[in-house]
Design a binder for this molecule. Structure first.
Ligand SMILES: Cc1ncc(COP(=O)(O)O)c(C=O)c1O
Length: 307
């Protein structure tokens, strides 16, 4: 569904009208995909305030992605955090999604264009449940993709690098065309990595397991938050390599990510996970996550930036 047009977009240090935030077709990133982006959510809490979930951590990952691809943004992490809250206010958004991007502008063409300006934008829009509200309640049907996650010698799994997402787009399209909700990608050795835009967890015999950061996954901020919440709830956690058969035989499985939040997985490759519906540990963690990000659980004030 097309996003609703709002009032302002933050572009290179200024709030400009939504319609005026245009870039030239010769923008280098449009041709070669070198650029960094983030996805962040702001929620209206039960007490009426609007807070951004883990804003500095997201902006730090944006900076880290820029470092990976040797791109120097014109703005600091702190400036981008302030710009984000300013943008939400300018658009009267009490809830929404933030998409910062750092990209290479126009000028020189060809893959080597060190003189082109590094541009920065932040866009905010209204975004509900990424895979739909039914997905959050009942879980999603997934398919292991024929597309393999990035090999560490070819790309940086730890960066949200624009061009790398063709891999995710292809996997997602393949899954949707085949009638599934989401794709799960393996690495070149056959280990389970993550979804097209989300991390993956399984529960087996009461233990929560997710692939380690040393595998080809994005270091998800939701992943890290959920690991912490699970530890606080006394749920045993492990970061271990997972095989496809371990996934099929899991008692429960779910995705985490800023967009999907915490979405149960009810099926993988036409095999029911557990009883084919969200399991008790998944539901407990989902409840806790939503309480922390938008409910009345105030146990993690350091995760919330007031708008
Ligand atoms: C490939 C990939 N994995 C995992 C995630 C989840 O990361 P986070 O929880 O930081 O949104 C994302 C989303 O940013 C992603 O694009």
């Amino acid at each position: 569904m097309a996003i609703e047009k709002l009032k302002k977009i933050w572009l290179d240090g200024e709030l400009v009208d939504w319609e005026s935030a245009n870039i030239h077709v010769l923008s280098h990133s449009l041709h070669y995909g070198l650029g960094a982006f983030e996805g962040i959510r702001a929620y209206q809490r039960t007490n009426g305030s609007t807070t951004v979930f883990r804003l500095p951590e997201h902006m730090q990952r944006l900076m880290d992605t820029c470092k990976l691809i040797a791109m120097k943004p014109e703005f600091t992490k702190e400036q981008l955090c302030r710009a984000s809250t300013e943008l939400l206010r300018a658009n009267d958004l009490t809830e929404g999604y933030l998409r910062p991007i750092v990209f290479v502008g126009d000028g020189t063409m060809g893959v080597y264009a060190p003189e082109n300006r590094i541009r920065t934008a932040i866009i905010a829009w209204k975004w509900g449940a990424y895979l739909g509200t039914t997905a959050l309640e009942q879980g999603v049907r997934t398919k292991i993709s024929a597309w393999v996650r990035h090999h560490p010698s070819i790309a940086f799994a730890k960066g949200k690098i624009m061009g790398q997402y063709t891999n995710s787009v292809l996997a997602k399209r393949e899954a949707k065309t085949a009638g599934y909700d989401e794709a799960i990608m393996l690495d070149t050795h056959g280990h389970v990595c993550e979804g097209s835009g989300e991390n993956l967890f399984i529960v087996k015999n009461g233990k929560l397991i997710t692939p380690p950061l040393s595998s080809s996954i994005l270091g998800g901020i939701t992943r890290e938050s959920v690991l912490q919440l699970a530890r606080e709830l006394g749920i045993p956690v492990a970061e271990e390599l997972l095989t496809r058969d371990q996934l099929y035989l899991a008692d429960e499985a779910f995705f985490t990510g800023t967009a999907v939040e915490l979405t149960p997985i009810r099926e993988v490759d036409d095999r029911a996970i557990g009883e084919g519906k969200p399991g008790p540990i998944t539901l407990r963690l989902q409840q806790r996550y939503f309480d922390v990000v938008k409910g009345n659980d105030e146990s993690h004030p350091d995760w919330l930036t007031l708008v």
